[in-house]
Ligand binder design. Structure first.
Ligand code: ADP
Length: 238
């Protein structure tokens, strides 16, 4: 298990590092001979690889904090509609070849959450939807109030997930992509982190999927119980 982890992590660390080192050396060595277009392309590769590296390091640090019980959530009443719209607007910029859309999220009550961490859950689910489906496909984010919970879902039209793996994908470092499809980078920590963050909010997270048609990732968040104002008459009765 440990040597598997080391092999996956070192591959995922080395690839973006090699790109960053390679292109920055190239720019420095040929600075006078490169035209603006070429320099821009190389800088863009450096930028993308740096993001990938930062995400990987953050995921490793988060996992280690979670496993040692050191992750603290700072919960505050939050406007979830605003949060979802913000996340989707940013994802649309990140993935301009995909259609990331929001459906039915209006009139939702506030939720008591660590906004930064729930944003991270949504970012992760949307990034997976993008990573595992083809360009031009629609990714739909919706949220609704069901009894005393909020149900948020991220649906894609990607390859889908085999029924037998729907629970295992939330395990630490579990990946199915090598067997089913190729090309997507990652070390299988994203969904493990999502599960820890959602459960830290006393919510649940799961996936539903039809192979060849797509997947829907869903999670719940408990709603804040709003204290009703007690009228003078009720007080006298009490
Ligand atoms: P990573 O993406 O780094 O592998 P995750 O924990 O985010 O790690 O996902 C675990 C696995 O679940 C992925 O390797 C992939 O096989 C599968 N998976 C996650 N999201 C999707 C999705 N939207 N569609 C199909 N498969 C998915």
């Amino acid at each position: 298990m440990k040597s598997d982890l080391l092999a996956t992590v070192s591959h995922e660390l080395r690839t973006p590092l090699a790109t960053i080192k390679g292109y920055s050396t190239l720019i420095l060595d040929y600075f006078d001979r490169l035209d603006t277009e070429e320099t821009r392309d190389y800088l863009m590769s450096i930028d993308t690889s740096t993001d990938r590296l930062a995400k990987l390091v953050n995921n490793l640090l988060d996992t280690s904090r979670m496993d040692s019980g050191l992750l603290k959530l700072e919960k505050d009443p939050t406007n979830i509609v605003k949060l979802i719209r913000g996340v989707v607007a940013e994802a649309s910029i990140r993935a301009e070849n995909y259609r990331v859309v929001v459906k039915s999220v209006n009139n939702l009550p506030k939720v008591n959450i660590d906004a930064k961490r729930i944003r991270q859950v949504l970012d992760n689910l949307i990034d997976n939807a993008i990573k595992y489906s083809r360009p031009q496909k629609e990714i739909v984010i919706s949220a609704e109030k069901i009894n005393n919970e909020l149900l948020i879902s991220v649906a894609d039209s990607g390859p889908g997930i085999p029924a037998g793996e729907l629970i295992r994908i939330f395990e630490r470092m579990y990946r199915i992509e090598k067997r089913v499809y190729t090309g997507a980078d990652g070390i299988g920590l994203g969904l493990y982190i999502c599960r820890n963050l959602v459960e830290g909010h006393n919510g649940r997270i799961w996936a539903e999927s039809t192979l060849g048609q797509g997947s829907v990732f869903k999670f719940t968040l408990p709603l804040i119980r709003i204290k009703k104002k007690i009228t003078g008459r009720q007080k006298r009765r009490a």
